[in-house]
Design a protein around this ligand. Structure first.
Ligand SMILES: [Zn+2]
Length: 197
C-alpha cells in the first residue's frame, strides 16, 4: 500500500464528510500532515472538545455547551418559533437579522423510505412548547420538497386545535436547496412574504 494505514484511515474520515470526494479528502489529510505537530494536535483537540461538550439545547435542539442555548435564554418569552430541519438552517435567519424569535430543530423531514416517520421528529416536544409558551406563530421553514410539504401539513394538523397560526416562507427559496446556503436578500423576501399554510 502506498499510504500508511493511519493516513489512509484519516483520508477515509474526511471523505465521509458531505461534499468531500476522495481527492479532496486526500488533499486535506496531506495538508494537515505538512503542518507543525502542535497544529495537528490542536485540530484533534477541537474535535474531541466538540464531541464532549456540544449537545442539543433541551428546549430547541440547537447546539449548545449548556442546558439551554443562548437564543433560548436571550429571547425567552418570544411568541414565535421558527421550525427548521437542522441546526445550521438558522444561519440565514440570524445573518439577515430579520428574525428575533425562537427556534425548534426538527431533526429531519418525513421520509418513509429513509425510515423517518413522525416518531423521529420530536413533534411532541414542539407541540408541548407551543402550548406551554403560548406561541402565536410557527414559521415552518422546511424547504419545498414533497417531504417538507407533508411534514408542514402534519405539523399544521397537530396544532390545529391550539391558538397558533402556521406560516411558511414565500416561494423563492430554490426547490430542494439547503436552507443554510440561502443568501440574505432571498431570505428577507421569503420571510417578509411568508403566508399562512
Ligand atoms: Zn435553545
Amino acid at each position: 500500500m502506498l499510504e500508511p494505514y493511519s493516513l489512509e484511515q484519516l483520508v477515509s474520515e474526511f471523505s465521509s464528510l458531505p461534499g468531500i470526494g476522495k481527492k479532496t479528502a486526500r488533499r486535506l489529510a496531506y495538508h494537515l500532515l505538512q503542518k507543525p505537530k502542535q497544529d495537528m494536535e490542536r485540530f484533534a483537540l477541537r474535535l474531541q472538545e466538540v464531541s464532549e461538550k456540544v449537545h442539543p439545547c433541551v428546549k430547541c435542539r440547537l447546539y449548545t455547551e449548556s442546558e439551554y442555548c443562548s437564543i433560548c435564554l436571550e429571547r425567552e418569552g418570544a411568541k414565535t418559533i421558527c421550525v427548521v430541519e437542522k441546526p445550521s438552517d438558522v444561519f440565514p435567519f440570524e445573518r439577515s437579522g430579520i428574525y428575533h424569535g425562537l427556534y425548534f430543530v426538527l431533526g429531519g423531514v418525513l421520509s418513509p423510505l429513509d425510515g423517518i416517520g413522525p416518531e423521529q421528529l420530536h413533534l411532541d416536544e414542539l407541540v408541548k412548547r407551543v402550548q406551554e409558551e403560548n406561541i402565536e406563530e410557527l414559521i415552518l421553514a422546511l424547504g419545498s420538497s414533497p417531504e417538507a410539504e407533508s411534514t408542514m401539513l402534519l405539523i399544521d394538523r397537530l396544532v390545529s386545535n391550539l391558538s397558533v397560526k402556521c406560516t411558511r416562507l414565500a416561494r423563492g427559496i430554490p426547490m430542494g436547496s439547503d436552507l443554510e446556503f440561502v443568501d440574505e436578500i432571498t431570505m428577507l423576501r421569503a420571510f417578509e412574504g411568508r403566508n399562512l399554510l
